[in-house]
Design a protein around this ligand. Structure first.
Ligand code: NIG
Ligand code: FE
Length: 411
């Protein structure tokens, strides 16, 4: 199958030589080709360039993108989109003034989602999650990392990961699975958290690895959740079983989460609202992608991560949706672009780099996603007729994506 997209007003994020990530002041640069074409063959990007260099127009299908832009699909490197039920009642508690930690202490929050997940069968979880992904695809997302973490028991964690495996097999999106056994402490383990960590280490990790159910391992390393020492123990074990770390860190305090993530060469450390010069220096000397989750900080009305300081310091920044029923009930990456610009003062170009190439790195798919590059998956979208690329974050709340292609196929 060969498709040709021609007369593209601008083909964005096109690169001859694949980059791993974009750092610091380079994030302001979003390369493009004016009046361009793009050819996909058998699911991969086969060729692209300026229209005047297009040699022949033979293809199974030709799309005319006159007055429209083409961008690589967003990579959403942090989601919890397999979940049961919703938590709008806690949202009301929050409006009335309770904090995220207070809600968690009352048995709400993650504990609430865990109870519901345990009571929901695999089929239902799968169907609900696939619907969410289909909607994300329509908004331009082409790769999604999905975490477990609402299980709390070995059985329910394995159930979640099997659902993610089914999604991986059946969704046109590129999916990565992250084992987040240590997302919260189940009520029956309160006061004996060490025993729960023992369960994660001695039972869950070996079983997850045995069934080959996860690519990554995650821990919520933060004040009131898991300590640096506990995180260290779980990451050590996960790495032993071939799982790459990608962790929740420094959302609620300077928890040492960034340091322990870097110690284990984590692909990314995520949230990182509480990041100072010490943490930035450690990140600068590492291969770990600093990942900000603007949806969660917005929805919880919490402090924003110092994205501008990170970029000035020469760091790369990735951004993801954190789609989950508690702190970020949306997987709309166009909205993340708006938050990136308004709340973190990123330019639209920086925001697009953060949600394409840098987030591809953060979920270990940068060799196949995140830019328009020969040999990568033909995952891209054609915009509606909009005046500029800046219009995408500017005209927020509405879908600016017209046609989506994943693996070279129109969705
Ligand atoms: O990334 N911070 C921890 N975990 C999720 C929240 C999950 C939930 O509240 O259900 C997050 O924001
Ligand atoms: Fe999260």
């Amino acid at each position: 199958m060969r498709i040709l997209v021609k007369n593209i007003k601008r083909l964005y994020q096109a690169e001859e030589n694949p980059r791993l990530a974009v750092c610091g002041s380079d994030m302001a640069d979003l390369p493009y080709i004016e009046n361009a074409y793009l050819i996909a063959q058998d699911g991969l990007i086969a060729d692209f360039g300026a229209m005047e260099d297009l040699k022949e127009e033979n293809a199974d299908k030709v799309y005319d993108a006159y007055d429209r832009y083409v961008l690589p699909s967003f990579c959403d490197s942090h989601t919890h989109l397999v979940y049961a039920g919703s938590r709008e009642i806690e949202y009301i508690d929050k409006i009335r003034g309770l904090s995220y930690e207070e809600i968690a202490e009352r048995g709400g929050g993650i504990v609430n989602s865990a109870l519901r997940l345990q009571q929901t069968d695999e089929e239902q979880l799968y169907e609900d999650a696939m619907q969410r992904i289909d909607s994300m695809i329509k908004y331009g997302t082409g790769a999604v990392e999905i975490k477990s973490g609402y299980g709390f028991t070995t059985e329910a964690e394995l159930k979640m990961l099997r659902v993610i495996r089914r999604i991986k097999e059946n969704s046109p999106a590129t999916i990565k699975a992250n084992f987040l056994g240590a997302h919260g402490v189940p009520l029956e383990y309160r006061g004996k958290q060490k025993e729960f960590v023992d369960l994660v280490v001695n039972e869950m990790i070996p079983m997850v690895a045995q069934e080959n159910l996860a690519d990554f391992i995650d821990v919520f390393c933060d004040k009131g959740f898991f300590t640096v020492e506990e995180t260290d123990r779980m990451l050590f074990e996960g790495v032993k079983y071939g799982l790459k770390p990608k962790i929740h860190a420094n959302e609620l305090a300077k928890s040492g989460g960034i340091q322990v993530g870097v110690k284990y060469n984590a692909l990314s450390v995520d949230h990182i609202e509480y990041t100072g010069i010490e943490e930035m220096a450690i990140l600068k000397a590492s291969q770990t992608m600093p990942t900000i989750l603007p949806g969660a900080a917005f929805f919880l009305n919490m402090p924003y991560a110092p994205a501008r300081d990170m970029i000035s310091y020469g760091l790369p920044v990735a951004m993801a949706s954190d789609f989950n029923p508690g702190s970020s009930p949306s997987g709309n990456m166009q909205l993340i672009l708006t938050f990136a610009c308004v709340n973190y003062r990123l330019t639209p170009q920086e925001a697009i780099n953060a949600t394409t190439i840098n987030s591809a790195y953060a979920m270990d798919v940068v060799d196949s996603c995140g830019s328009i590059c020969k040999g990568k998956k033909a995952n891209f979208f054609i915009t509606k007729r909009i005046p500029t690329i800046e219009y995408i974050p500017y005209y927020y709340g509405e879908n600016k994506v017209d046609k989506v292609f994943l693996n070279g196929k129109e969705q």
